[in-house]
Every structure is written in structure tokens, then in C-alpha cells.
Ligand binder design. Structure first.
Ligand code: PMP
Length: 975
């Protein structure tokens, strides 16, 4: 085809065939009837046909298009269907007279018609967000398809198609003429010129083979994985199949991903890596990939504008324009050298090494051993109590170190804590790609290699062969373009004599780039390859050791016994906490919305000072007489209702509940315990026995010992009876359990439950429920245990204890978790006579329970709770959060309910408002996406479909708002 024919073809409008006319064709030529739904297309007219159980697609294209090309599409489909491991593709449906392609005439126009099976599965169309796993899977589908098409052959593949990236230059030139906006046209033209310049020298190394050339989110269908993520495994629409550049095919897929990239071109890398693992690309192809992506973006943007000018009513084209412009912007804003390095590194290729063996010293007067390197990492001992949030903290620490040692440097390759940005949806630019050095002004600065001076304002660059040295803070009198010999002194450290100066050093291999000082973790590999460490010019200590989180996880898995799980598939390594924030080793700050243990917040300086003081003075056991145990027991008794004046101190919630059950046994001399379904009370033998949550133990319902009697779960949202006034019904439904215990004749020892249904998702018990049930239990001689491990201690905001909400007073309160802010600390608070009934069974002693350190922790937490008005904060910020969540419910049907109060909330996700089908996989995927947006959140409830929202009680209002913003983004854009 000549260029003129190609141009003509670009200008053809879509076939004008109505659904009724298409239905006639289907009936007449295929014997099919059914409802028709239009499917988008740029150049064809496609309808989905729902014919009973079967679904098809009718594809109508203009007669001008070469039939041999349509035959090629059908042949390719058949070729792939014969391959055992090819992606799924639709079957070709033949007409009643046995034809693959039928020619028809509609209102004086000739068309060619094909019918294919409709391939089941979700397309990715309309999903703004794609998880990494989906991106990887798209790369895999593209690779598998290309691999399986490699031995396909058909005369219809040699076609002139505007999308053929081998022709990108001339096609762009033609399309540009339709763009009226000069600025846009120039930008598009410029982008194409620089892409073509990079592609041309590589072209000979690019393999040519049959390629689908349109493996994009619109043209794949997916299945869902167990985490609710779409995994593309089928491909449709072979309309662009050509004999073309193999890597061009991947470029098309990658360009389509840029629409989902949130502006970050690195978003494509998992697809590239996954593709390469299946169908490896050669070096030339890897280097051509990014410019080909840019070329594709140019053609897409230009063609969208062009198509609209000839077919202004095509909504599909109009809708795609915004999408195409976004792809264009991301592609053209990226630095090509950086993307080349990123692609090579992603598939494990190293850039050629730089020979530094014969470099001369940069600072000949300074011995490397005299240079001190300051630790500014997330684990730095110099950083505490949020001091890193002061804007000049790193400089102060550097200057302090220089004062002590003479010369001090920051560390290249270090993730700096000071760069962590709390409440940020995107990861921070936290990795240092440079060194800042504090040293005496006037110190000589010499050239490590021969080069030419280049000034960029105050910024000095020594441009050498394949490497540039970027410097700030150097006095140099040489002009632009001056040559400097290796070892020649060309400047001194700036500043008044006898003062300390600051010099910034950076190396970069790409001459056209002024590299950034910092980059985000996921850009680190590429930037570190482009900007090698300047430590060889200073001291080996000027480079931070690499982070090895994955290796650390493997070590954990090797020896930390397997039943102890960790959150997330790829967990961030958390090494710092501050208030309601946690920071991982890469300086990513996360809002901790799940950590109910950390009641007063992370890293509280008052608590750590109190602990340090007590540890260094004395820690022993409660058989000794010391002040803290007396004071703490007194304080706890004062917090409990009148009459509950006896306190046992233990180390955990499990121990507290175990002991509470033993107290019930001892006091009642019976053994049977009543508990609730969907509950969790601990891991130790007795507390586990009364735990029924199948999310915590899938065998829970079939393995309870004989003395445990679970009662119906009073879940007012999805239980057998619904709403806050369902107490009577639930009690009535529990009576048979009590009556069975009565009938057994062995009596009832007690009843244990959470006062707010925490484990089920923060669901309040129905009004009056505990009052009636406690009455029934007590009438049988049993004791009532309130498990306040999660919900007590001010978390509910409106109440200090959960049972206050039900207007009851238990016989035994168990408490743990937040009371120690993470330190192992638990308590049982009960009436004197109940406590004393244990005496008949020997002494009670817990070696660390009630130790001086534990008591000091407990006292400090109580003091801080009071002095910082944290219960009040839980009420105010909790109310704000709850109303924000409730407002979202109207916009997002996946939200079924907002449970709880204060800072103990549950957001329940469902698939259907009638059946309340739990959205379990979606909840897992939502939690994963929230992590990537800087929020820690986990599912709870028997169906794992409730977000457990239980942050530290110091949660700031802006943190609550950030959580709402992140959640809204996920629900809007997908997960
Ligand atoms: N009771 C409840 C309600 C709990 O949520 C938990 C812990 N999740 C426990 C008891 C057990 O506490 P611990 O982990 O401190 O043993």
C-alpha cells in the first residue's frame, strides 16, 4: 500500500450499520437472534449479541479493507487456539453457508462481516487503577501471545497500518496536519523526532514477526485472583495484527499502561520484567522499547485528534482523547536516559561499569579516614521524637559531626527519615543520590578525571568521558568550556576563611541530565545506575549499606515459626513509629489505622523516658514490695465500677481471659462457659477454647471442647435478627443453649463476650442485650466476664469501658493491648470475693506480670491518656471519621455499613445490598491498595470483609481526613 492509500484508510469513517440492521444480518447469515449491545471501536462497528446462553460479537468492517487481512485475523485465532499454553482467544463462528467472512450490502454500502465467540471475563476498560499483579499479568499475556505467534504466517500480515511503529515517522507527519493547536503540534512533532532519533540506530537489531499489536486493557479479558485483582488471561480484537517489530508489540501494551500510571512512567516496569521472563528481548530491543512507547504515544495522540476531525460524532474517539493525551504527557515528560536505565535494570542488565581505578582524589588535602559519615537513615540513633520533622535537622546533624571530626558527609544511597512525608498518597523522594560534605572553607578541589567545565547557574559540572561530576559550594574561576586535566586543582570549597563550608557532590553518566538529589524507592535502581556513588571520592563510609528487606523476610520465614503470619504479600519493613504514623526503611510514611495496641501513639517520648528510667533503676517481680505495683493496682481499681477493687496483673489479653475463666471456675465450682460465635479471646488453652471466630481459626466451630457453649452471634447487621432492637430475639435464640446446660446438671461457670462486638467488625450489641443475658447467667450462678481487651480503655470515645454502652456492670473485666501501648501488659479486675476464690487453688504468680517496668508503663499510659485528653480525641475525631464514612456510603454501593463508635469503627463491604454477600476479595484488594497510598488497614470479621479502623487515640483530624481521602480514591479508581 502506498502512503496515499494509508492516508485514505485513516480517513474512512466507521460503518453506518444500526443494531436492527446488524440483527438482520445475524439472522439471515448465521441463524442467530438475540439482543445487541454496541461495543466501542475506532474503525469498525461491533455489537455484542446475547443469544440465550451463548454470546457472540458481530464485527462489521468496510468493504475497502482487504479481505486477506480479515482472513489473517481468523487464521491467527485458529493458530493460537491450537497452542496448548496460549492465552484464551475467541473462536471464529462460521455462517450458515460455511463462510468465515460474509459480504453484505446495507443502504448502498458494502461491508464485510465476521462473527466471533464472546470471550468471558472482565476487560480492564474503565479501571483507572491497575494493581502491580495485573500489570505483570498483562506483560505475560503479551509475551505468551507473541511467543505463540512467532511461527504463524499469513499473506494478510504484510499490511500498511497506521499503528505499525516501523512507519511511525511518516504516519505522524501525515496526522500532524490535522492538529490546529500549534503548540500541541510542535510538542508532538518534537517528541516524535527525538524518539525516531533513538530508534533508528537500533532498528537493525529489532526482530520482526507476527504481532497482535494491540494487547491493551480494552482488548484483554481477566479472571479475578484470590485477592480481588484482575488477571488478564484472554485476548480479543486481532484487528491490528501485523508483521512488525516484536518489541513494538510490547511498546503498544506499555503505552496503554501509562494511562493508569498516575504520572509515573516506571509503572510499566513490572509488565516489561514479566514479558522478558517469558519471551526475552535482546539488548537493542530493550533500548528501543522506551522510544517506541513514546512513538506509540505520539501516534495515539495525533491519530485521536485526526480521527475526531473526520468523524466528530464518534463518542468512542472523543472519549479516548483524554486518555491518549494523558499517555502522551507521561511518555513525553519522562527522561529517556532514565527510562532506558530503568528498563535495563528491571530485566537484570547492568550498565557497563565505570573505570574509576585511576581517578585522582577530589579533595587531595583530606584523608578518607578523617571523614565521618552521619547516619540520617530511618533507624538513625540521632533522630527521635519527631525531631526529623524540623526542616534543617539533617544539616544540623551534619554540622555537629563536622565540628567534632573536622570533615563530615551525609551518605549516598541512604533513605533519609527527614524525607518521609506523613500523610502523603505517593512515596517520598527519600533516597539520597548525592553527598553533602561539611568541611573547612578553602579546601582544595581537584579534578578526579579530565573534563570540561560547564556552569549551570551556580551549579558546576565537570563533564568527562561518559561521566560528569556535579558540584555545588565550590569557588571556581574557570569559564564555561574550559578544559581541566586529571588531578588539576580547579577550585576551593566556598566560604570565609576559618569557617565551615558545605559542598554537594554528585556523579551522573547521562550528560543531558541534571540528576535530582533524591528519588523515590521504586526509582532507586535506575537512578543509582545512572548516578554512581561519589563515595570513591570521599570514603567508603559515605555510602549507605543497601536495604535488604526481602532477605530479612526470608530469614524471618526460616526461623520465626510458620503459624505466625505477617500482614501483606510484600510487607514494608517498618522500623520507626511516631504518633499515628509508621515509617518503613525506605522512608515511606504510613498512617497506622489498624494498630489498636498503640493506644497513645508510637514512639511516645514520655513513655520511653519513664521506661528507661525504671529499667535502669530496677525491674523485678511482684513478690517484692515497690511503689509502682501499689500505685498501678490502685489506679486500675479506681477506673473500674464500684466494687471491682481487686486487680491481677498479667502480660497479655490471652492470659487475662484465661485467668478470668479460671476465676469463674473457682468461684462457681462449675465448668461450663457460655460464649458468642464470631468471637476471639486469645491463643492460650482456655481463651482459645472460648474463641469461635472462623477468620482466626477455620476449624473453630467443630473443635470446641465440651465445656464451651457458643451462643448465636448477635450480629445486628448480617445476623439472623437485624437492627438495634433485636436483643429479645437473640436472647430467645440463646435460651436453648442455656437450657441444655441446665439439663446437663453441671451448672454454668460464666459467660465471656466483648462488650462491643470487636472481632466481628466493631458492631454494637443490640440494646439491652447484655442486661438480659447477664441476668440469665447470674440466675444460674455464673460470672459475667467483659473482654475489654480491644474496645476498652477510652477507645470508644463516648465511654471508657465498652460495657458502659450496655448499661451493665460485669463481675470480671479483662484488659490488655492498649493499656501497655504495646508493652506486654494485661489485667483482670474483679470483686474481692471472686479474686479470693482462687486462693483455694494455690498462689497466683506471674513472673513479669506487675513488674516495676510493666507498672510504670501502665501508669504512664494512664497519665498520658488523661493529660493529652485522648479519650476526648477519640470521641471527636472518631465522630468526624464516622460521619465521613457514612457520607461515602451514598456514593459507593460496595459500602454496606459503618459500624462502631469513637476510634473503633468497622466499614463493611458487600456485593449486594439485598443478600449482603460479603465482598471478601475486594476488601483484601482495597487494603493492599491503601497500603500503596500510605495507609495501613486490615480486614476483620468472619468473612474478612470489614475494615477494622482502630488507630492510636492521638489520631489528628487531618489524619482522619487523609484516611477518608485515600479510601475515596481507592473506591473511585478501583483496587
Ligand atoms: N480479646 C480480644 C477481644 C482480642 O482482640 C485479643 C487479641 N486480638 C485478645 C483477647 C488476646 O489478647 P493478646 O493478643 O494480648 O493475648
Amino acid at each position: 500500500m502506498t502512503d496515499a492509500a494509508l492516508v485514505n484508510r485513516i480517513q474512512l469513517p466507521r460503518p453506518d450499520v444500526t443494531p436492527d440492521e446488524a440483527a438482520d444480518i445475524l439472522r439471515e447469515h448465521y441463524g442467530l437472534t438475540g439482543a445487541l449491545h454496541e461495543l466501542g471501536s475506532q474503525q469498525d462497528r461491533n455489537y455484542r449479541v446475547d443469544a440465550g446462553d451463548a454470546r457472540y460479537v458481530i464485527k462489521i468492517c468496510r468493504a475497502e479493507y482487504a479481505t486477506v487481512e480479515l482472513e489473517a485475523q481468523n487464521a491467527a485465532i485458529r493458530h493460537l487456539r491450537a497452542k496448548p499454553n496460549a492465552p484464551r482467544v475467541p473462536g471464529v463462528v462460521v455462517s450458515t453457508d460455511g463462510k468465515d467472512i460474509v459480504t453484505v450490502r446495507v443502504r448502498d454500502q458494502d461491508y464485510q462481516v465476521r462473527v466471533l465467540d464472546y470471550l468471558d471475563g472482565q476487560s480492564l476498560t474503565g479501571r483507572k487503577h491497575l494493581p502491580v499483579t495485573t500489570v505483570e499479568a498483562l506483560g505475560m499475556v503479551c509475551a505468551r501471545l507473541a511467543r505463540d505467534l512467532a511461527d504463524f504466517n499469513h499473506p494478510g500480515l504484510d499490511r500498511n497500518l497506521q499503528w505499525d511503529l516501523r512507519r511511525a515517522g511518516p504516519v505522524a507527519v501525515h496526522l500532524l496536519s490535522a492538529i490546529g493547536n500549534h503548540e500541541a503540534r510542535d510538542r508532538i512533532a518534537k517528541a516524535m523526532v527525538s524518539a525516531v532519533k533513538r530508534i533508528q540506530p537500533l532498528a537493525r537489531g529489532l526482530r520482526v514477526q507476527p504481532v497482535h499489536h494491540d494487547v491493551t486493557g480494552d482488548n484483554v479479558v481477566s479472571r479475578m485472583d484470590a485477592h480481588g485483582r484482575p488477571i488478564p488471561d484472554g485476548v480479543i480484537d486481532f484487528g491490528d495484527i501485523i508483521q512488525g517489530w516484536l518489541v513494538g508489540d510490547l511498546a503498544v501494551t506499555c503505552a496503554s499502561l501509562l494511562h493508569h500510571a498516575g504520572g509515573d512512567p516506571f509503572f510499566i516496569l513490572p509488565a516489561v520484567k514479566a514479558y522478558h521472563a517469558i519471551y526475552p528481548l535482546n539488548e537493542a530491543e530493550l533500548k528501543a522499547l522506551w522510544p517506541l512507547i513514546v512513538a506509540r504515544a505520539v501516534i495515539l495522540a495525533a491519530s485521536g485528534e485526526h480521527q475526531l476531525s473526520i468523524d466528530p460524532d464518534n463518542d468512542y474517539v472523543r472519549g479516548n482523547l483524554a486518555y491518549e493525551r494523558e499517555i502522551f504527557d507521561v511518555a513525553t515528560n519522562a527522561q529517556a536516559d532514565l527510562m532506558d536505565a530503568a528498563i535495563l535494570r528491571a530485566v537484570g542488565h547492568d550498565l557497563p561499569p565505570i573505570d574509576t581505578a585511576d581517578w585522582a582524589p577530589l579533595l587531595p588535602e583530606i584523608g578518607p579516614e578523617t571523614i565521618a559519615a552521619v547516619d540520617l537513615s530511618v533507624t538513625s540513633p540521632h533522630l527521635a521524637a519527631g525531631n526529623w520533622l524540623k526542616p534543617d535537622m539533617d544539616w544540623r546533624l551534619l554540622a555537629k559531626s563536622a565540628l567534632e571530626s573536622g570533615v563530615a558527609t551525609t551518605r549516598y544511597g541512604e533513605y533519609r527519615l527527614s524525607r518521609a512525608e506523613p500523610l502523603s498518597l505517593a512515596p517520598p523522594q527519600s533516597l539520597a543520590l548525592h553527598n553533602d560534605v561539611c568541611l573547612a572553607a578553602g579546601t582544595a578541589v581537584s579534578a578526579p578525571f579530565a573534563g570540561t567545565i560547564q556552569w549551570l547557574g551556580q551549579h558546576l559540572v565537570l563533564v568527562g568521558d561518559g561521566i560528569s561530576l556535579h558540584l555545588d559550594g565550590v569557588d571556581c574561576s574557570l569559564e564555561d568550556d574550559s578544559d581541566v586535566a586529571k588531578g588539576e586543582q580547579f577550585g576551593i570549597v566556598a566560604g570565609e576563611p576559618h569557617t565551615v563550608g558545605g559542598m554537594r557532590i554528585q556523579l551522573c553518566r547521562a550528560q543531558s541530565l541534571v540528576p535530582p538529589l533524591f528519588c523515590p524507592a521504586h526509582h532507586a535502581e535506575a537512578w543509582m545506575a545512572l548516578c554512581p556513588a561519589p563515595s570513591m571520592l570521599l570514603t567508603p563510609a559515605a555510602e549507605a549499606a543497601p536495604i535488604e528487606s526481602a532477605e530479612l523476610l526470608a530469614r524471618r520465614q526460616a526461623h520465626f515459626a510458620a503459624p505466625q503470619k505477617h500482614y501483606y504479600d510484600r510487607p514494608p519493613q517498618m522500623e520507626r513509629g511516631w504518633r499515628e504514623h509508621m515509617v518503613d526503611v525506605e522512608g515511606r510514611s504510613y498512617l497506622d489505622m489498624v494498630n489498636n495496641v498503640t493506644l497513645i501513639g508510637h514512639g511516645h517520648p514520655r513513655l520511653s523516658a519513664a521506661v528507661e528510667h525504671q529499667w535502669s533503676r530496677l525491674n523485678t517481680n511482684s513478690r517484692f514490695h515497690y511503689a509502682a505495683v501499689a500505685e498501678f493496682s490502685e489506679r486500675l481499681a479506681a477506673l473500674a465500677p464500684e466494687g471491682l477493687d481487686s486487680v491481677f496483673l498479667v502480660n497479655s489479653g490471652s492470659e487475662a481471659n484465661d485467668l478470668a475463666i479460671r476465676l469463674a471456675w473457682a468461684h462457681s465450682r462449675a465448668r461450663n462457659m457460655l460464649c458468642l460465635l464470631e468471637g476471639y479471646h486469645g491463643w492460650s488453652v482456655a481463651s482459645d477454647a472460648v474463641s469461635t471466630s472462623i477468620a482466626d481459626n477455620p476449624q473453630a466451630l467443630t473443635t470446641r471442647p465440651g465445656w464451651v457453649h457458643p451462643a448465636i452471634s448477635p450480629n445486628t447487621y448480617r445476623g439472623r435478627f437485624r437492627g438495634p432492637d433485636s436483643a429479645e430475639s437473640y436472647i430467645d435464640a440463646t435460651m436453648p443453649v442455656l437450657e441444655a446446660i441446665d439439663a446437663g446438671g453441671e451448672g454454668l461457670a460464666g459467660f465471656i463476650c466483648e462488650s462491643v462486638y470487636g472481632n466481628a467488625g466493631g458492631i454494637p450489641l443490640p440494646h439491652g442485650y447484655l442486661e438480659r443475658l447477664y441476668r440469665e447467667v447470674r440466675a444460674r450462678g455464673g460470672l459475667c466476664i467483659a473482654d475489654e481487651v480491644q474496645v476498652g480503655y477510652g477507645r470508644l470515645g463516648h465511654h471508657f469501658w465498652g460495657f458502659e454502652q450496655q448499661g451493665v456492670v460485669p463481675d470480671i473485666i479483662t484488659v490488655a493491648k492498649g493499656m501497655g501501648n504495646g508493652h506486654p501488659l494485661g489485667a483482670v479486675i474483679t470483686r474481692r470475693e471472686i479474686a479470693e476464690s482462687l486462693s483455694g487453688q494455690g498462689y497466683f504468680f506471674s513472673s513479669a506480670g506487675g513488674s516495676p517496668v510493666s507498672c510504670v508503663v501502665g501508669l504512664s499510659v494512664l497519665d498520658i491518656l488523661k493529660d493529652e485528653a485522648l479519650q476526648q480525641n477519640a470521641r471527636e475525631v472518631g465522630d468526624r471519621l464516622k460521619s465521613g464514612l457514612a457520607a461515602m456510603m451514598e456514593r459507593f454501593p460496595i459500602i454496606g455499613a459503618v459500624h462502631g463508635m469513637g476510634l473503633y469503627l468497622g466499614l463493611e463491604f458487600i456485593r449486594d445490598h439485598h443478600s449482603l454477600e460479603p465482598a471478601t476479595e475486594e476488601t483484601a484488594a482495597i487494603c493492599d491498595r491503601l497500603l500503596s497510598l500510605g495507609v495501613i488497614m486490615q480486614p476483620t470479621g468472619d468473612h474478612l470483609n470489614v475494615l477494622k479502623i482502630k488507630p492510636p487515640l492521638c489520631l489528628a483530624p487531618e489524619s482522619a481526613d487523609f484516611f477518608l481521602k485515600a479510601l475515596e480514591k481507592v473506591l473511585e479508581e478501583g483496587w
